[in-house]
Each structure stands twice: as structure tokens, then as C-alpha cells.
Design a protein around this ligand. Structure first.
Ligand code: FES
Length: 118
């Protein structure tokens, strides 16, 4: 069962803005991409750099350390295959922004593998 944690209030982030949240020793970055909220782990899967200060280009976030780019909606790295950053489900509940921590979103390849097994 996932833990749902309130990390803010609806409307506090304008499109293109981000917010860093610390929850249970974990660092998560929340983004507003064209009006939709997305949450990712703040740790780059390449070498652990903080992604929160990366440059955002549309939905693509560039890691400030070595420049790998990740889609904040899916966590997938730009291009074919490669690394992916953990993403978390985000919901608005009673005008609060809620992140589900123990149920990271599957990457698209994980989702396809899961649906093929059933
Ligand atoms: S630590 Fe992010 S690209 Fe190397």
C-alpha cells in the first residue's frame, strides 16, 4: 500500500515552475508542466547529481552534472533505452497536492512488460 504525502497546495506552482520537497529523508522535485503536476526523485540515475537545479526544456529536464536529459512525465532518458529517473503519482485531493511515495510510476517499458505478463 502506498503512502500518500501532502507536499503543497493546488495552484501554488505556475506552469514551468518547480518545487523541492523533503519527505522521510527522500528528496523529490515537483514540476508543473503545462498545467499538469509531475513528481520525480531528485537523484540522477547516472551519478547521483541533484536534478532540482537542472534546466527544463518543455518536459525535458537536463541534469546539471553531465547533461543527460529526462522526460519528467515518464522518467525516461531522451533517445533510445538508457537510464530512467523514478517518477511518483501526483494527485490533487481537497485542494492539496498529494504524492504517492511507495508506488513509483513504472517506466513505459516496465508498464508494457507488466501488461504482457497478464
Ligand atoms: S549525474 Fe546526471 S548526467 Fe551524470
Amino acid at each position: 500500500m502506498s503512502r500518500r504525502i501532502v507536499v503543497g497546495v493546488a495552484g501554488e506552482l505556475a506552469p514551468g515552475q518547480r518545487k523541492l520537497a523533503f519527505i522521510d529523508g527522500r528528496s523529490i522535485v515537483l514540476f508543473n508542466i503545462e498545467g499538469s503536476l509531475h513528481a520525480i526523485d531528485n537523484t540522477c540515475p547516472h551519478n547521483g547529481a541533484a536534478l532540482s537545479s537542472g534546466q527544463l526544456e518543455g518536459c525535458m529536464l537536463r541534469c546539471p552534472a553531465h547533461g543527460l536529459r529526462f522526460d519528467v512525465r515518464t522518467g525516461c532518458m531522451a533517445g533510445t533505452g538508457g537510464l530512467s529517473v523514478t517518477t511518483f503519482p501526483v494527485d490533487i485531493v481537497d485542494s492539496k497536492v498529494v504524492v504517492s511515495l511507495d508506488a513509483p510510476n513504472p517506466t513505459p517499458s516496465q508498464a508494457r512488460a507488466g501488461s504482457a505478463a497478464t
